[in-house]
Every structure is written in structure tokens, then in C-alpha cells.
Design a protein around this ligand. Structure first.
Ligand code: ASP
Length: 437
């Protein structure tokens, strides 16, 4: 039988109605044995996520202010769900422990983790599953990074003794012995860790959309859903702004070759998106998706005979690195080299960085430009297809969009174009029309 690890996001567990949908999904397949749960998310647009309520409550406690009203509001979120589902659960005892913690030694991560802890413990009780507290089996090292191997073996051993269990998302055991959380949205990472430790056939990530879309729906009307995408393509698209999963959620399952299936709790009949190690029919789709981001700047450096100067590029990169910056792209010519940088980071170090370039590299000219947007056209199929770049450029030219930079990654799974920020939306739209219509 196929074994499945499931992760449910906050909107999937926001109220009793959602819990009922979740229980049906879990019960629908015998192999859905291990479940990871987030804290209750928003029930409606203006609602507040429990995690945000917990942070607010912690802030009051840390400032030695009265937090009881805030804590009561959080407790009500849970007791409302339990009442509607007619499940007996001693939230009073749980919240007494939390209140005691807040009054004596408030810790931010501990407090934030209670959202997942309580929701998962409750879901386990509701489903008749065991509860696993990740404080006992997901470990961080001294640098605050996941200790992947120790976690995998400890958690794997625990899962091997269980038939069905719910693991709380988002946190684990810090190197100092205290609770430590992942960054926001981190239950996705927990789901991937559990899928790997359970040796699952599939990691189902249940959310409130039917998978990934091939372009940003705020720009393109009804973009086509992505049925299948490789880990590599996902990385390219998410790096350029398409977000569906926490960035670190791919690593554990990629290591184990487990596919991720993004599904919609509100439309379980939809197949969603499959994120796979490599696509079965690589050649079928030339372009899988188009994404992009605004907010880039470029430094263009010209120097006669640059081409002959050994170590020029290395020096430029180390100047950039010495200002604590990473670079996005380095398009270069014979006597020119430019660096595309994130404008927000660049702004703080700009004058010093340019000064260093002038003194160390002694260029003929240095020109800084901002207001650049990058657009990425991504697809593993383009390696086998002629005319993709021609199509990109003619679509942009016909729309009268000026191209300010071109970069095709050496793996040939993307073409990245720099355009003026004002042309960004139009560029995405015309490229989508060129490849998807
Ligand atoms: N509840 C946490 C957050 O809101 C973690 C998660 O949902 O994945 O970020």
C-alpha cells in the first residue's frame, strides 16, 4: 500500500468546518498514516492567525503587561472548535501551563510553538491518532540549523513504533534545550522531515489553492495550473517570487526522492500540482511557468582590455561579498561586466561599494541603475526546443518592451530577462500569452 505523509496548513484547520474536511481527507485513504498540522489560520480575510495572536501575547508578557485577555482569546479559538466538534479536550489544563510559563520566563519560540502543539494534540485526539511532540525528535544544532541526520534517525525510530500519528509542525528542540521554531510557514518543513523519516511514497501538502499556477494570478487572468513540476523548476520559479511552499521544505524530500503533491483542502477532487525529482515527459511542456520580481539594481563597469585582466571578476565579486551582499546575476561582455543586485540591500552600502570598485578595479566608467524587474521563463523542456528565446524576445519587442538584461542559466532551464519595473506586469502578460495560448 502507498504510504502518505500529509501536512495541513493553517487555513485547512482554522475552524470546526475545516477539521471535518481534514478528517474526511485523512480517512479517505488507508495509507494516510502520518499527519503534520499547523496552528489555526485565518477563518476569513480580516481574521488573525493563532500564531500572530501568540506572538502578540508573548510581547505583552515580555513587556510585563497583562496578557490574560489575549491568552483567553487564543483559548477561545481552540475551545470553539472542540465544542462544535463535540470533542472533550482539557484546554484549561494546557492554558494553565502556558500562563505559568508567560508569568515566569516568557520565551518567544516556545510561545509561538503552542499554536501547532495544541492544534496537533487536539487533531490527534479527534482522529484517534497518537500525538508526537517534535520537541522530542526534531533537533536543531548550535547554529540554529536543522540537525537533519539526528532528526531523521530519532524520528524514524519513533514513527516505526506507530501506526497512525499527528506530529506538530513548525518547531523542535533547540541546541540549548529550549523549544525552537523554524521561520514562518515552517510546518511545510516539518511535513517534509516526517515524510522522509517515514519513508513515505508521497508528501501531500494540503492548503487552500489547487496547486501552483503557471503565472501570478494578480497579473494574468486565470493562469493555467501546473500539473507537474520538477524540484529544479520549482526552485527557479520560487526564487523569482512564485510562492507555494516554504523554501526549505524541498530539501528533505528531495534527498529521499519523495514527490510532493500540493492539494486543496476545499477541493479535494482536484489533482493539484506534483513536484517531482524529474518529470516523466520532460519534452511535453516547453515552459512550465513564468515568474518575476521587481526591486533590482545594476552596476555596469567598463574598462578597456578588461578581458585580459586576470582576476577582474573575482575582485568584483569579493568587493560585493565584503559588503555582506550576494549577487543575482553577472552578465558580462568583452570589456564590460555588470552585477545585478537586490535594491533593498544595495541601498545601504551603495556609496561605499561604488567607491571600492573605483579604487580597487580602476574602471573607465561605473554606471548604477535602479528600477529593474527580472522575469524568469522556466521549463526543463526548453533544452530540447528551438526558438524559445526568439519567442521571448519577439513577444517583448512586439509589446514595445525594452530588454535591459538577458541571462540564460547554463542548465538551460530558464531565461531571465531584465526589464524596467514599469514594464513588469506587461512583460509577464505577453510572455504568458506567447507560451500558454
Ligand atoms: N503557524 C506558523 C506560521 O503561521 C507555521 C506554519 O503555519 O507553517 O507561520
Amino acid at each position: 500500500m502507498k504510504t502518505i505523509t500529509l501536512k495541513f496548513g493553517g487555513s485547512s484547520l482554522a475552524d470546526a468546518k475545516q477539521f471535518i474536511k481534514v478528517s474526511k481527507i485523512i480517512a479517505d485513504h488507508e495509507g494516510r498514516t502520518f499527519v503534520v498540522a499547523s496552528a489555526p489560520g485565518k477563518r476569513f480575510k480580516e481574521d488573525t492567525k493563532v500564531t500572530d495572536m501568540l506572538y502578540a501575547c508573548y510581547n505583552l508578557a515580555a513587556a510585563k503587561q497583562n496578557f490574560s485577555e489575549q491568552l483567553e482569546a487564543i483559548k477561545k479559538r481552540y475551545s470553539d472548535i472542540a465544542e462544535e466538534l463535540e470533542v472533550k479536550f482539557d484546554f484549561d489544563a494546557e492554558f494553565d501551563v502556558i500562563a505559568e510559563h508567560l508569568a515566569t520566563d516568557p520565551q518567544r519560540d516556545y510561545m509561538a510553538s503552542r499554536g501547532e502543539y495544541l492544534n496537533s494534540k487536539f487533531l490527534a485526539a479527534y482522529m484517534g491518532y497518537d500525538f508526537i511532540d517534535p520537541a522530542t525528535c526534531i533537533f536543531f544544532d548550535k547554529q540554529g540549523q536543522l540537525n537533519a541526520e539526528m532528526t531523521n534517525s530519532t524520528l524514524g525510530a519513533i514513527l516505526a513504533t506507530k501506526q497512525k500519528a499527528v506530529v506538530a509542525g513548525f518547531y523542535g528542540h533547540g541546541a540549548d534545550g529550549n523549544i525552537k521554531t523554524f521561520s514562518r510557514g515552517g510546518s511545510d518543513v516539518t511535513g517534509a522531515i516526517v515524510a522522509r523519516a517515514a519513508n513515505a511514497d508521497v508528501y501531500e501538502n494540503w492548503t487552500d489553492v489547487s496547486g501552483m499556477l503557471s503565472a501570478d494570478p494578480r497579473i494574468v487572468k486565470d493562469p493555467a495550473p501546473i500539473k507537474e513540476i520538477s524540484y529544479k523548476e520549482l526552485r527557479e520559479l520560487s526564487y523569482m517570487g512564485a510562492s507555494v511552499l516554504h523554501e526549505d521544505a524541498v530539501f528533505p524530500v528531495r534527498l529521499a526522492g519523495i514527490p510532493i503533491n500540493i492539494r486543496n483542502t476545499n477541493r479535494p477532487q482536484d489533482d493539484g500540482t506534483w513536484i517531482v525529482p524529474s518529470k516523466k515527459n520532460d519534452r511535453d511542456t516547453v515552459v512550465t511557468g513564468i515568474s518575476g520580481k521587481k526591486g533590482f539594481s545594476s552596476i555596469l563597469i567598463e574598462k578597456a582590455m578588461m578581458n585580459n585582466e586576470i582576476g577582474f571578476g573575482e575582485k568584483l565579486l569579493s568587493i560585493i561579498a565584503s559588503h555582506g551582499m550576494s549577487f543575482e546575476h553577472i552578465p558580462s561582455g568583452i570589456d564590460t561586466m555588470s552585477a545585478i543586485l537586490d535594491s533593498d540591500q544595495f541601498r545601504h552600502v551603495k556609496s561605499q561599494l561604488i567607491e571600492n570598485i573605483k579604487t580597487i578595479l580602476k574602471p573607465d566608467t561605473v554606471v548604477v541603475e535602479s528600477g529593474i524587474a527580472l522575469v524568469a521563463v522556466v521549463g526543463t523542456g526548453m533544452v530540447y526546443t528551438k526558438g524559445v528565446a526568439a519567442k521571448v524576445f519577439s513577444a517583448l519587442a512586439q509589446a514595445d518592451i525594452n530588454i535591459r538584461m538577458i541571462d540564460q542559466g547554463s542548465s538551460e532551464i530558464n531565461i531571465i530577462i531584465g526589464v524596467d519595473e514599469d514594464d513588469y506586469e506587461k512583460a509577464i502578460e505577453v510572455l504568458y500569452n506567447a507560451f500558454f495560448h
